[in-house]
Design a binder for this molecule. Structure first.
Ligand code: FES
Ligand code: FES
Length: 214
């Protein structure tokens, strides 16, 4: 091979290497741009945020009565009644079990009716009367159903117990506690992972039988 041919070959090899480097740089720049774009897009979206989306985070006034105390609050429309009582009012007796309406641990009363507070928007409770587990005792005297839970060992870990008691009180008030089968049926939305069901039924049946006004 002549000297000229050798130079030409070297030039071709160098050009191929240059192309390879350029391709590599182009690809890595593209990858970098793609990895950055979500943030860039987010910023652009934030800049053009629409009014309805902004309203979702805007606090609105809410007046409610909880355990006999009136509260004038400022609440984001997305906040559940469960998070409101636990996080804004520090009433942590009401428990968050599943947060999906499946366990009953979050049961409270709204105007005397039992509701799952994890599925209830706080802002929809304007001027309503809420009762949580902290509000069922009479001063230092426990509610009769709380006493009956203790007497009959209606709990083990106790995590489900506030919800069980709130549902149990409602169950008696609704007239759904006249037979053990009825109690099981109308308490079926309250799950107890410790399996204290048998004693929970006994406690509710006893309070119902004694005719104690819940
Ligand atoms: Fe509400 Fe489970 S936390 S039903
Ligand atoms: Fe433990 Fe019911 S007492 S979950």
């Amino acid at each position: 091979m002549s000297k000229k041919d050798t130079h030409q070959k070297d030039a071709e090899v160098n050009q191929a290497a240059g192309n390879g480097r350029r391709d590599f740089l182009r690809q890595s720049t593209l990858i970098t741009a793609l990895s950055l774009s979500p943030g860039v897009l987010l910023k652009a979206a934030e800049a053009n945020i629409d009014d309805k989306f902004a309203a979702y985070f805007e606090k609105i006034p809410l007046s409610i009565e909880v355990n006999g105390l009136k509260h004038n609050l400022s609440v984001e429309p997305r906040v559940t009644l469960l998070d409101l009582v636990r996080e804004q009012l520090a009433l942590t007796g009401t428990k968050k079990g599943c947060d999906h309406g499946q366990c009953g641990a979050c049961t409270v009363h709204v105007d005397g009716q039992r509701v799952l507070s994890c599925l209830t928007l706080a802002v929809a409770q304007q001027d309503k009367k809420i009762t949580t587990i902290e509000g069922v005792s009479n001063g230092k005297n426990l509610h009769p159903l709380q006493e009956a839970f203790i007497k009959h060992d209606g709990f083990q870990c106790g995590y489900c117990t506030p919800g069980q008691v709130m549902s149990g009180i409602a169950c008696i008030k609704e007239g759904h506690a006249n037979t053990d089968d009825d109690i099981r049926e109308y308490m079926s939305g309250n799950i107890c992972r410790c399996g204290a069901y048998h004693n929970i039924v006994k406690a509710i049946a006893e309070v119902n039988k004694e005719g104690l006004q819940p």
